[in-house]
Design a protein around this ligand. Structure first.
Ligand code: AMP
Ligand code: MN
Ligand code: MN
Length: 318
């Protein structure tokens, strides 16, 4: 990877825009905001950070989060557009047009299904998170990571490794996290904000989902269907489904878990997790993607039909 090019691009650009992915998580938000801070502190340049959809309440502690704009409120043309943690371009949703119209498009990511759609690509499938890729760029170029940027990058690494539990946690990951703590990130505070600050509807929706979970293939498959009626019953917001698919994987018999969530009567969002099976292949077969043990897709079918089709596909892998 040509790291010098990153520096040249930032130095040349008069206007910079940064994109996070739809249904934003701790990695896409943390890495994007870290980059915004790093660009300001090292190059004295302002940039615009963009989110598609709503920022989950728990991530409101991140620095600069209140300056993030919604993709649909952005106009004009930018010199440099940077996609952060975005496996496939369409995950910028309403922001895609602005990204495409930029003079230079940069792609900073760690998904193995990323097809390197940028003019410049920093894609490392061995990195635990997009935040780690940003950290590596900074180390290679000797860029300063201040306390706020460290907080953002630590959040990226913490959340995408599931609290340093997933297989993407390596000695390198922990060394980088340790450096971020030395740079000012507070590990217990960030853990509490990410994992012990859940809104009541989120916890109640999860409880309801688990009690209604279904099992197949001698309990190797654990799955749940979440309708808009369920969401209304608990007054839950879209991001409140986060964590349910991991809770299903926690069961000792589970090999693959999935959650199908109703978006509207013709659209279903799918989250897949596994212990050994490559679920990115399953997600890809429905036009999605992701990582080996964590992937997702959107199926343009009603909830129950999407559930049936997915179950049928998952069974082929077991
Ligand atoms: P989720 O279940 O939404 O947390 O997503 C799991 C992983 O799969 C994340 O790394 C996502 O970025 C990725 N992913 C989810 N949906 C898609 C999609 N439609 N296309 C490509 N990657 C996806
Ligand atoms: Mn992500
Ligand atoms: Mn990520």
């Amino acid at each position: 990877m040509n790291y010098q090019l990153f520096k040249e691009c930032i130095e040349k650009a008069q206007s910079i825009i940064l994109f996070s992915h739809v249904n934003p998580d701790g990695d896409t938000l943390g890495a994007m905001l870290a980059l915004q801070i790093i660009i300001k502190t090292n190059f004295s340049k302002d940039s615009q950070a963009v989110v598609a959809g709503k920022v989950p309440d728990i991530y409101h502690f991140l620095p600069l989060i209140n300056d993030v704009k919604k993709a649909e409120d952005i106009q004009g043309k930018y010199n440099l557009a940077i996609a952060v943690d975005i496996a496939a371009k369409d995950r910028m949703t309403t922001g895609l047009g602005i990204f495409e119209s930029a003079d230079v498009r940069m792609n900073i990511d760690h998904h193995k299904t990323n097809i390197k759609y940028g003019d410049i690509n920093y894609v490392n499938a061995n990195a635990c998170s997009a935040g780690e890729v940003v950290f590596d760029i900074c180390e290679k170029l000797g860029l300063k990571i201040d306390k706020n940027a460290a907080k953002c990058l630590y959040t990226s690494i913490l959340t995408d490794t599931g609290g340093f539990r997933f297989e993407n946690t390596t000695a390198d990951t922990l060394k980088k996290a340790a450096k971020l703590i030395e740079m000012g990130a507070n590990p217990s505070e960030i853990s509490r904000l990410c994992y012990e600050s859940k809104p009541k509807p989120m916890v109640m929706l999860q409880a309801n989902s688990l009690i209604n979970a279904k099992f197949d293939c001698k309990d190797k498959i654990a799955y749940v269907r979440i309708s808009n009626a369920d969401m209304e019953k608990f007054q839950a917001q879209n991001d409140h489904t986060e964590g349910i698919v991991e809770a299903l994987r926690q069961i000792n018999t589970t090999e693959v878990s999935f959650v199908v969530k109703e978006v509207d009567n013709q659209t279903t969002k799918v989250s897949l997790r596994s212990k050994n099976t490559d679920v990115s292949k399953i997600a890809s077969s429905f036009g999605g993607g992701g990582h080996t043990f964590a992937a997702g897709c959107t199926i343009n079918k009603p909830l129950k039909i999407a559930e049936e089709k997915l179950l049928e596909e998952v069974k082929k892998y077991l």
